[in-house]
Design a protein around this ligand. Structure first.
Ligand code: GCU
Length: 474
């Protein structure tokens, strides 16, 4: 199963960020052609691919990202709130590009929403290709199981992507679905966009070899047990089976397969959009599985997968709710902020593959203030559906900038209100540990570091207002 408990608690480690350890996987495996030599994907290292995009953008240099390791460096990370808002004015989600005010739900859906989507597509996350090969889902195993003493049915799922147009790239999406064995009907399901447990194990071995001591797992039931205790199910999607988490892999995976092995154009999709696409395909499968109530499926992700979960929520109206954990820059945090990670970090060779090529230009010569959109508008694209944004207050999660995410969420409020819902209800950040759960926009900063674990109970309380297990049989 993607992500056992022992692996899961470990990614709460501050060390992941502070040691700057990349979490990468090998590019997708190529399979030999059946007849004659099939064309293979273009092989480019991330540095070469990044340079290729810089050339296409006619850029010679970009500003470096925030440096968390050298306090005296000119680009040392900023954790001083008085310097965190170099660009305090955000684009107004309720003003059209022509200056017209958006005053009705109809105007939002028909006019303003498409403008915002177009800007995110072209400049930030990239466009979906016009033709993406179809996915054929297969249940490869089904068995009765027990999780924390609760009886469940576990299904292993593989989504085979049709590669007949480019056979040298294979994409088999891997996921696991776990539902309560005694459910009287179809149940709500929370999809986690999961880290690859094999890669995580290797990473922790490397950390242990450097003498980094690992904290004990958090006490109490795992998030999976908490979800099952509500009589809901959960699913874990192995994101890197959709798209590798590095620039070298962009000519393989679903991005490479759709491009027939060629490098990306400047507005082609990046890995965040590809992972979000994978979540949508899993939801397609759920629409065919009677054990799942496909109208009550939530999407959850932490850190880079928190970014992807927010993209999935924003782009696919079928997701009923989102739990966006420590997503930071590229997720819920404002690009116009300078606290912890900056826009520039995501434009560098280690993370550019998450984004569209066009995004790089905002790290030079343009600035974050030149972006036509900001992340409050990505959150607004989720309206009117409920979204919970969470993070940690410990310095181990400072990099993701809780305040910036809170500000973005507050600034998405007017769109929720236009659609007849409630936003956060305040512009004042609540004290650490207090959850704001009264509107469709929810927020909580727990007191720990870079981990979603302490926020699961608050998220589930919030979600229980919207998701309902089937009533027991009479
Ligand atoms: C790095 C990166 C973040 C990302 C995080 C993670 O710290 O800078 O943007 O969210 O890794 O995914 O763990």
């Amino acid at each position: 199963m993607p992500g056992s408990k022992s692996v899961r608690w470990l990614f709460g480690l501050t060390a992941l960020i502070l040691l700057g350890v990349p979490i990468t996987s090998a590019p997708q495996q190529s399979k030999p052609a059946a007849v004659g030599p099939a064309p293979s994907p273009t092989e480019l290292a991330s540095e070469q691919d990044h340079q290729r995009l810089m050339d296409l953008l006619h850029i010679k240099t970009i500003r470096p990202g925030a440096d968390p390791n050298h306090p005296d460096a000119p680009n040392a990370v900023n954790y001083d709130e008085s310097k965190a808002n170099p660009f305090p004015t955000l684009p107004d989600p309720l003003v059209m590009k022509n200056g017209e005010k958006v005053t009705t739900a109809e105007m939002w859906w028909n006019k303003r929403c498409p403008e915002i989507v177009e800007d995110f597509d072209r400049e930030v996350y990239g466009r979906l290709p016009t033709e993406i090969p179809r996915v054929h889902w297969q249940v490869t195993s089904q068995k009765k199981d027990s999780v924390g003493g609760l009886s469940v049915v576990t299904k292993k799922l593989v989504g085979h992507v049709d590669n007949s147009a480019f056979p040298s790239v294979t994409v088999d999406i891997q996921a696991t679905l776990v539902t309560p064995a005694t459910a009287p009907g179809s149940v709500p399901v929370i999809i986690e966009l999961a880290f690859d447990p094999v890669l995580m194990r290797k990473l922790f071995e490397r950390l242990a070899a450097r003498g980094v001591k690992l904290p004990p797992p958090p006490p109490g039931p795992s998030w999976q047990q908490q979800v099952l205790a509500k009589d809901w199910g959960y699913a874990e999607l192995l994101t890197t089976s959709v798209q590798a988490d590095n620039g070298d892999g962009l000519t393989a995976g679903i991005i490479g397969l759709s491009n027939h092995g060629l490098p990306r154009k400047l507005d082609d999709w990046g890995a965040l959009k590809a992972w979000a696409w994978g979540a949508s395909r899993l939801l397609d499968y759920f629409e065919t599985d009677k054990s799942v109530n496909a109208r009550q499926v939530g999407v959850m992700g932490h850190s880079r997968f928190g970014k992807a979960a927010l993209v999935a929520m924003a782009y696919d109206q079928r997701f009923a709710i989102g739990f966006i954990s420590s997503s930071g820059m590229g997720g819920a945090n404002l690009y116009r902020r300078n606290f912890g990670e900056r826009l520039e970090n995501l434009a560098g060779t280690g993370e550019y593959h998450w984004m569209a090529g066009n995004y790089i230009k905002y790290a030079g010569p343009l600035t974050p203030n030149d972006l036509p959109v900001d992340s409050h508008e990505l959150i607004a694209l989720c309206a009117p559906r409920p979204v919970f944004i969470g993070s940690g207050a410990d310095k181990g999660d400072a990099w993701v900038d809780s305040k910036g995410m809170f500000m973005a969420e507050a600034a998405a409020g007017p769109v929720y209100e236009l659609l007849g819902k409630k936003g956060l209800g305040t512009g004042q950040m609540p004290p650490v540990g207090r959850a704001l759960l009264d509107g469709e926009l929810a927020f909580r900063e727990h007191s720990d570091g870079h981990t979603p674990a302490p926020n699961w109970p608050a998220f589930l309380t919030f979600a229980a207002q919207y998701l309902h297990a089937p009533s027991p049989r009479k």
